[in-house]
Design a protein around this ligand. Structure first.
Ligand SMILES: Cc1ncc(COP(=O)(O)O)c(C=O)c1O
Length: 500
């Protein structure tokens, strides 16, 4: 006889629990406080450091820790001056959709509207990106997974062309596989090469031109050389928006090379793919719709909650052969073959798990549906165009300043620049000094809490690198960054020169 006990966790009172956190969250997104995550690090890291409780602390205490200790010290990637990396805090409605999906759509399969909205969101993304209707997509956890999945399809294709199935037979018969990308490719591609069994050394990183785009003549030469050496070219990975400078590789020319050479073309548009929504730069993306696979990251420019990437492939059956799960009786057996279902658990809805790395997953694409449903294609075009105009405006300010130097052309919403004091101008032997100086300027900028760009290295030069994808950023944050770097640069250089 079972005892009449209940689970110790709270399973009702959802509104009260969430409502009790809302004031703290509302306060957090005003970004009024200083950066408490840093200034109170010692306090929160010791107060949160508890041993595994044998007896639970209870619902109210747990909510209280979130409300009082955690939320106020959260990561301020949504603050208007935050322009670091390629990440931002999500906007409100996609967050509401994520909450809804985690409660009412807690598994992505089966016959339920969250499943349908994921399918619809993939269709909408295709339209937004101008991809042919027959391409098929799948949501995944982000750019790392999106690129890995695409390259799994490339691997499948390259091996099938040579008469074997790598998902069954492994890679023993694949002779000296090679992948090609520019030196600017995101390092998740190196990792994908390792995970897929090619090995990191199979990725040849070719020189980029002075605009940081893949040098197509180098690609041709390398392909010819490798073929002569008996290597197997598996895929070319073009970047549609590099993470360093936002450069878009010459896609149309690369399409042509890949067609001529019979090599799979994958385009990594994780950051910049949505850049094509800006009519001013849409021409850079010519050729995108002819790729064999494309990766994009809605959790970047579309500002949906983190954990949402998408892969589109020309041939989904191929992707299915690469990633299918063997039929599982407990899953497929539970699904009715009938057209009409009498319970939502009788049918699988749109299946994504055969084209993906995960079986169970939340309905993450619902956040994309929400973002697009809320502001439409027009709203997204306006966002992307505005952000690109921010980077162009910053470049203009940099170029009109006597002490700022633009380090790379602006293609999308990234602007790379540095501070160069008058005394060091025109002298090419000062790279190390300028690198140290600009590193210190960035640290001081961060410690002032308002303008938070990140950094990168451009041909050995340390660059301050804002990337505008944050919907809360305003034009005054853009102009303010240039002014702040001039001011902090002058102050830092004064003490820096003294110390040299
Ligand atoms: C061009 C590019 N590809 C891939 C990635 C990896 O994406 P994620 O961080 O979502 O895994 C990034 C992230 O910065 C990126 O900018």
């Amino acid at each position: 006889m079972l005892e009449p006990t209940t689970d110790p966790s709270v399973t009702t009172g959802l509104s009260e629990a969430i409502e009790s956190l809302l004031p703290a969250l509302e306060e957090f997104v005003r970004f009024k406080d200083e950066d408490l995550g840093a200034s109170e690090f010692a306090h929160w890291s010791s107060s949160l450091n508890e041993a595994l409780p044998e007896q639970g602390r209870g619902a109210e205490r747990t909510l209280q820790v979130l409300r009082d200790e955690v939320i106020p010290r959260g990561l301020r990637t949504g603050a208007p001056g935050f322009a670091g990396w390629v990440t931002t805090m999500p906007t409100v409605i996609p967050v509401a959709a994520a909450l809804s999906a985690s409660i009412a759509g807690a598994q992505r399969w089966w016959v339920q509207p969250f499943n349908y909205l994921e399918h619809l969101a993939l269709e909408w993304l295709k339209q937004l990106l101008g991809l042919p209707a027959f391409y098929q997509g799948t949501f995944n956890s982000g750019g790392s997974a999106a690129n890995l999945i695409a390259l799994a399809a490339a691997r499948q294709w390259a091996c099938e062309q040579r008469g074997f199935d790598p998902s069954q037979d492994g890679l023993e018969m694949l002779v000296k596989p090679r992948l090609y990308a520019s030196s600017q490719v995101h390092h998740v591609v190196n990792r994908a090469a390792a995970v897929l069994g090619f090995g990191r050394r199979a990725l040849t990183q070719l020189p980029a031109d002075k605009e940081f785009r893949l040098e197509v003549s180098e690609l041709r030469d390398q392909l010819n050389k490798d073929k002569a050496d008996g290597c197997t070219p598996v895929a070319v990975i073009a970047s549609a928006g590099t993470v360093n400078t936002g450069a878009v590789d010459p896609l149309a020319e690369i399409v042509q090379v890949c067609r001529e050479e019979g090599v799979w073309l994958h385009i990594d548009g994780a950051y910049g793919g949505f850049g094509l929504l800006d009519p001013e730069v849409a021409g850079l993306f010519e050729g995108l719709a002819e790729a064999d696979s494309v990766a994009v990251d809605p959790h970047k420019w579309l500002a949906v909650p983190l954990g949402c990437g998408a892969t589109f492939v020309r041939d989904r059956a191929l992707l299915g052969r690469a990633l299918t799960l063997e039929p599982a009786e407990y899953l497929e057996g539970a699904a009715s073959q009938e057209k009409s279902v009498s319970s939502q658990f009788d049918g699988l809805g749109y299946t994504f798990h055969d084209f993906n790395l995960e079986q169970s997953a939340r309905s993450r694409g619902v956040t994309v549906w929400a973002a697009l449903h809320e502001i439409g294609a027009e709203g997204m075009r306006a966002r992307v165009s505005l952000h690109n105009s921010y980077a162009r405006e910053l470049a203009r300010l940099v170029q009109s300043s006597p002490v700022l130097e633009l380090l790379a052309p602006v293609s999308l919403s990234i602007c790379c620049f540095r501070y160069v004091p008058i005394e060091l101008q025109g002298d090419t032997g000062n790279t190390e000094t300028l690198n140290d100086l600009n590193r210190e300027i960035l640290d001081r900028l961060h410690s002032e809490h308002h303008h938070i760009p990140s950094s990168t290295e451009i041909s050995g030069q340390f660059a301050i690198r804002p990337c505008y994808i944050n919907p809360r950023t305003t034009p005054s944050d853009v102009a303010g960054l240039a002014t702040a770097v001039e001011r902090i640069g002058a102050e830092t250089w004064a003490s820096f020169a003294y110390r040299q």
